[in-house]
Design a protein around this ligand. Structure first.
Ligand SMILES: [Zn+2]
Length: 121
């Protein structure tokens, strides 16, 4: 007689019992894919022209001014911003040579206190 040992007894108590206790009440999962209203904000009229835009011709060339008088404060103030900074050439339209002379004139005028230095807040 040969007894066959049935080793592999099928366990009937398999853990297949679905314990339905996992309720979905664990708070709303925050999805990170939400975009907050992607609306292209078309702002106002794009106007950056704060400074006066006159003709882009060098003022000193047209008026045949060779040496810029540093004593002429009212002339120099047209090329100095409100805070005392020298307005760049692309805004004023002054040519390169005259801008250089203008810069020297403005600095001379600053030295004798005709024009203010760059005012700080
Ligand atoms: Zn010029």
């Amino acid at each position: 007689m040969s007894e066959e040992i049935q080793a592999n007894a099928p366990e009937t108590s398999a853990p297949d019992a679905p314990q339905a206790s996992s309720g979905p009440s664990s708070g709303p999962a925050p999805r990170s894919g939400g975009r907050p209203g992607g609306r292209p904000s078309s702002g106002g009229p794009g106007g950056r022209g704060k400074f006066f835009r006159r003709k882009k011709v060098c003022k000193f060339c047209t008026e045949k001014i060779d040496a810029i008088p540093y004593r002429d404060v009212r002339l120099l103030q047209g090329f100095v911003a409100e805070r005392g900074k020298i307005v760049p050439r692309r805004l004023t339209g002054v040519c390169t040579t005259h801008q250089r002379r203008l810069t020297r004139a403005i600095k001379q005028a600053r030295n004798i206190a005709l024009l203010p230095f760059a005012t700080r807040h």
